[in-house]
Design a protein. Structure first.
Length: 638
C-alpha cells in the first residue's frame, strides 16, 4: 500500500514536517497520538500511547507487510500468497489456550519471500482477534513447567522453535525472550540452563535473562552450542540448528554438564543505569528543609500521589468531578484554595455519554478538563506520561485505580508497592498531582485500613481522602503526609446540579443539631433539670448533650440556676425570669452571682456532708470528718 492509501483510512489528519499525525485507531484516542511517515521503502507507524504496530495494522484492517513500499510511493512488490509456518500456543496452568504467537511466510509476485509475526487470540465464537488487550501473559509451555519435578533442570531457549525441538528430544523447555521477573516462581531453587543463540544479540539476551533469574535460581548456566566459533552480528545458529547437524541428546547433556556456572563476575557487575546515591549525614543535615507547594491548599501537593476511597456509590467520582472543576476555575474547594490549571481525567469505567451528562448538570464548560473514556491503553504508564508531557496539566485523575494498576494480587504488599512506584515516579518527575479513585474493603474500617487491598496503598500515597455515608449525610476527611488533615466534614450534594457544598465539620454539625433539639425540647415557661433534658432528646454519646447544654449557657441561649447538688440540682430555662421566681430565691444562681457565705453552723455542717458525698472535703481538720478514707467519688455533671 502507499502512504496516501493508509492516511486515507485515518481520522483527524494533520500534516507535519516529516509526515502526518492522526487519531490512533487501536485505542480510544482523543489526541493525535499516531505518527505516520515513510522512509527507506517503509511506512513508519508510531503510537505515542504505546499501541504496537500489529495492533494498529489490525485496527486498520491491513497486514504488517502492507507497510513496505518503494520510495516513490508505488508498491514495491505485490503479495500473492501467505502461508502459516507455525502458531505457538500459550496456555494457562490448566491447559486452556490464552493466545498464540504466529509466524507466516509471505510470497511476492517476483518470487521473493518474507516473514510476518503477530499475536492473536480467539473469542468465544472462534473469531480471530489480533491483539492481546486484557490477556494475561504467561511463559511458553506453562502447564509442563508447573509440573516439573523439583530435581529437574529448568531449561530456557531464546524462541519457541528451540523449546519445541528440545521437547522432541525429551527435554521440557520454555523460551526466555519475553521472560518477566514475575515468572521466576517457576524456577525458584532450581538449576537453570539458558541456551543462547550464537550471535551478539543472542548472547547478550541470555546474559540479561541470567541476571534477571539469578536471585531466585539455585544455579545458572549459559550454554552456546557453537562456542569457540566466530560470533556474527546477527542471524547466528541456535540449539535447533546444532541438533539438526546430527548431534544427540547425550552430547547435549554433556555440554550442559561441562558448562561453567554463571556468576556475577566483574564483567557482569557493571554499573546499573540507575544507582544508589549516598549523602553523608552532615551534608544531609545542612540541606535546607523541604517545602511543598500545594495544588489544593494543605491537601494535594504538586508532584504527589493520592487516593480517594469510599464504598460503592458513595460519591468518589462526584467528588473528583467537583475537584476538577474547582481546579480549572482556581476556586476554593471544601474551604481550601486551589491552584488554577488544566486537568486530565481518565474515566475508565463510566460510559462516555454518562460523563457528558454529569458535567452538563454541573454547567461545566471549557477546554481545560480533558477527558479520556473507554479502554485503558496496554502501556498505561507510558500513555499517562506522554499525555502529561503534552497537555501539561496540574492534576491527573484516574477513575478507578484498578483499571490502571496492573497487579495480579492487590493483597500482596510487594506487588502493590512495585505497581505504585511508576505512578509516584511520573508524579515527581512531571510535578503533576495524580489522584486515583479506589474502592474500600468490607467492614466499617477507617483511614488507611479501609482501603481495598494491601496496606502498601496507604503507605505509598501522600494523601488519603475518605468519603463516608452517615445518618447525617455524606462526609469527607483526609489523612496527610504533608499539609493539614481535613477534619471529617459534612458535604451536601445538590441532586439537580451534582455540585458539592460544604456544611461544616461533623462535630460542629452534630453539636449545632443537638443544641437545636434541646431548645425545641424546652418550652418558654418551664424550668427543667439536665436529666429531664437528656431523657427528652436522647443520644448522649460521648457526653454530647451535656456539652451542648454548657455551650447554650455560654451563648446565653439557655440559663441555669441551682448549685448542682443532690438537694439543689441545676435547673435550666430559656427565659431567665423563670429562674428568679422560685420559692427560695436566695438559693437561685444564674451562673453570674457570687455564691453566698453560710454563717449558720447547721447549714455549714450540711454543706460539709454534701462535700463528703462528692468525695471532696471543705475541712482541713481530719477530726471533723468520720471515716474520711472511705469517702466515695460519684459522677457529677459540671
Amino acid at each position: 500500500m502507499t502512504l496516501n492509501e493508509i492516511v486515507a483510512r485515518l481520522k483527524r489528519i494533520k500534516q507535519t514536517s516529516n509526515g502526518y499525525t492522526a487519531l490512533c485507531p487501536a485505542h480510544n484516542d482523543e489526541k493525535n497520538s499516531l505518527s505516520i511517515s515513510d522512509a527507506d521503502g517503509k511506512i513508519l507507524l508510531k503510537c505515542f500511547a504505546g499501541c504496537s504496530v500489529n495492533d494498529i495494522c489490525t485496527a486498520l484492517e491491513i497486514k504488517v507487510s502492507d507497510l513496505f513500499t518503494s520510495t516513490n510511493g508505488k508498491p514495491k512488490k505485490k503479495e500473492i500468497k501467505r502461508e502459516l509456518v507455525c502458531a505457538y500456543d500459550y496456555q494457562d496452568q490448566d491447559g486452556e489456550s490464552l493466545y498464540q504467537n504466529v509466524k507466516e511466510k509471505i510470497t511476492f509476485d517476483d518470487g521473493a519471500t518474507d516473514k510476518d509475526f503477530y499475536a492473536r487470540r480467539f473469542d468465544k465464537k472462534g473469531k480471530e482477534i489480533r491483539n492481546l488487550d486484557g490477556i494475561l501473559r504467561v511463559p511458553y509451555r506453562l502447564p509442563e513447567l508447573a509440573k516439573l519435578p523439583a530435581n529437574y533442570a529448568f531449561i530456557m531457549t531464546e524462541g519457541e522453535k528451540d523449546a519445541d525441538k528440545l521437547k522432541e528430544n525429551g527435554l521440557i523447555a520454555t523460551n526466555h525472550k519475553n521472560w518477566k521477573p514475575e515468572f521466576n516462581y517457576l524456577l525458584k531453587g532450581k538449576d537453570v540452563v539458558i541456551f543462547a543463540d550464537h550471535d551478539k544479540p543472542g548472547i547478550e539476551l541470555a546474559k540479561k535473562t541470567a541476571r534477571m533469574i539469578f536471585p531466585d535460581a539455585k544455579a545458572v548456566k549459559i550454554v552456546d552450542c557453537f562456542e569457540g566459533e566466530p560470533i556474527p552480528e546477527k542471524h547466528g545458529r541456535d540449539v535447533s540448528g546444532w541438533l539438526e547437524l546430527g548431534h544427540t541428546k547425550d552430547e547435549l547433556l554433556k555440554i550442559i554438564q561441562n558448562a561453567q556456572n554463571f556468576d556475577l563476575s566483574e564483567n557482569e557487575k557493571t554499573k546499573p543505569e540507575i544507582q544508589f546515591k549516598f549523602t553523608a549525614l552532615d551534608d544531609l543535615l545542612s540541606e535546607p528543609e523541604e517545602s511543598h507547594s500545594y495544588l489544593w491548599e494543605n491537601t494535594l501537593i504538586f508532584g504527589g500521589l493520592s487516593i480517594c476511597s469510599a464504598k460503592p456509590k458513595v460519591g468518589k467520582s462526584t467528588l473528583a468531578r467537583n475537584l476538577a472543576v474547582s481546579v480549572t476555575q482556581g476556586s476554593d474547594f471544601l474551604g481550601r484554595a486551589t491552584h488554577k490549571g488544566k486537568v486530565i481525567y481518565l474515566c475508565l469505567e463510566e460510559k462516555r455519554s454518562e460523563i457528558a451528562k454529569l458535567f452538563r448538570l454541573m454547567n461545566a464548560t471549557g477546554k481545560d478538563i480533558l477527558i479520556h473514556t473507554g479502554a485503558t491503553p496496554e502501556n498505561v504508564l507510558r500513555a499517562l506520561e506522554f499525555a502529561i508531557v503534552e497537555i501539561e496539566p496540574v492534576l491527573a485523575i484516574i477513575d478507578p485505580l484498578s483499571r490502571a494498576l496492573r497487579v495480579n494480587d492487590y493483597n500482596d504488599y510487594a506487588s502493590m508497592a512495585r505497581g505504585l512506584e511508576p505512578f509516584i515516579d511520573i508524579a515527581r518527575k512531571t510535578n503533576v498531582h495524580i489522584i486515583a479513585l479506589h474502592h474500600e474493603g468490607k467492614g466499617g474500617r477507617d483511614g488507611g485500613d479501609a482501603l481495598l487491598g494491601s496496606t502498601a496503598l496507604f503507605g505509598a500515597v501522600d494523601c488519603h481522602i475518605q468519603l463516608k455515608k452517615r445518618d447525617k449525610g455524606r462526609t469527607v476527611s483526609s489523612t496527610q503526609r504533608y499539609g493539614v488533615d481535613l477534619a471529617e466534614t459534612v458535604i451536601e450534594l445538590d441532586a439537580d446540579t451534582g455540585i458539592i457544598a460544604e456544611k461544616g465539620d461533623l462535630q460542629t454539625f452534630i453539636m449545632q443539631e443537638k443544641q437545636a433539639e434541646i431548645l425545641d425540647a424546652i418550652t418558654e415557661s418551664e424550668r427543667i433539670t439536665e436529666g429531664d433534658i437528656k431523657e427528652r432528646v436522647g443520644g448522649n454519646s460521648k457526653g454530647i448533650v451535656s456539652k451542648a447544654i454548657r455551650a447554650l449557657c455560654e451563648d446565653k441561649r439557655l440559663f441555669r440556676s441551682g448549685e448542682g447538688k443532690k438537694n439543689n440540682p441545676y435547673l435550666y430555662s430559656k427565659n431567665p425570669e423563670n429562674l428568679t421566681n422560685l420559692e427560695n430565691p436566695e438559693s437561685t444562681n444564674l451562673g453570674n452571682e457570687k455564691p453566698r457565705i453560710n454563717t449558720d453552723k447547721n447549714e455549714a455542717k450540711s454543706n460539709i456532708e454534701d462535700s463528703r458525698f462528692l468525695g471532696f472535703s471543705n475541712s482541713k481538720n481530719p477530726e471533723n470528718l468520720e471515716n474520711e478514707s472511705h469517702a466515695k467519688f460519684v459522677d457529677m455533671e459540671i
